[in-house]
Write a protein that binds this ligand. Sequence first.
Ligand SMILES: *Cc1c(COP(=O)(O)O)cnc(C)c1O
Length: 372
Amino acid sequence: MSEKILVTRATMPPMEEYFDEIKTIWDNHWMTNMGEKHALFQEELKEFLGVRDVELMVNGHMALEMAIQAFNLKGEVITSPFTFASTTHAIVRNGLTPVFCDIKEDDYTIDPAKIEELITENTCAIVPIHVYGNICDIESIESIAKKHNLVVIYDAAHTFGETYKGVGVGNFGDASIFSFHATKVFNSIEGGCVCFDDEKLGNDLYNLKNFGIRDPECVEAVGANAKMNEFQAAMGLCNLRHLKQNIEKRKEIVNKYQKLLGDIKGIRCWHEQNDVMHNYAYFPILIDRDIYGKTRDELFDILEKNNIGARKYFYPITNSFDAYKGRYNVEDTPIAYKTSLEVMTLPLYPELTDEQVENICSVIHDASYEKV
Ligand SMILES: *Cc1c(COP(=O)(O)O)cnc(C)c1O
């Protein structure tokens, strides 16, 4: 049997290119603590993302946790449960209470029409997620936040390199975070950053990631350690050079999926948003059991049997996690809940061949109602 097709495959530069990049680390023995790779990567990211400022972090989760912490918030934070564990955990680990808002049916991002009814005198912030590279309704969220004086921190982990109306997605809200995890569109092995436009916030983020140490004799804040090391930054520098080309390849694969799956009744494919330059990070499909004839879980198992690794992403939703047992109710976010039972993401990475995509699509086609 042929090798299993995994849902993703970490992007790596040619080995020689990485070796070349890390050579200087052997010259100066500077492996971490904001060395020259760190400085270079930070500058290149600012330029690439078109943002005012960037603070690099050891991973995307710490970027989010520290971004939230830097605003010194208290009380309730409105967010949505259709996301990776990190978003909700980052809120809770900051001593804040997540209040779950439902998502929009068409793009899975937070539904701004349902935010205001959740606002109380204790609400301090909104943490929306740009799910699967779909960008939130930025204008509506901004106007609600202004009206109620709320901080907005975007979990932009899925949207590295995207633009909305020509503006880099890292520019929205009071801060946005990206993840450079190996499984993401762009990686620095592990890594992440916070994007912002406020010098004081930059200072606080630096303190949080570096024990509050400003110089050897001045420790001005109670910080932790979330520094990105030189090997991570070097991987980021290399991968950044290949990103555009990789996104092009992803786009071709997505177009092929859309073409081959578009006619299968009961399968709803991810589609592009208006005004957005996408990064084609994920290819989610929704399975309507009544029309397609099989449930998401049944199709998932059929794909597994055919050596195809899909992913039930996002399932379970965060307000149904065992960790939060008894505290939230999935019925409060019915669209997020229903979506989590019907969705799966299909394999997507630049090296996926036409033949593999055709194979995946024919398995999905053959499992449908019409064929039975
Ligand atoms: C990956 C991810 C994170 C966390 O990033 P890490 O770099 O893995 O720590 C946060 N939020 C979302 C939505 C993610 O997909």
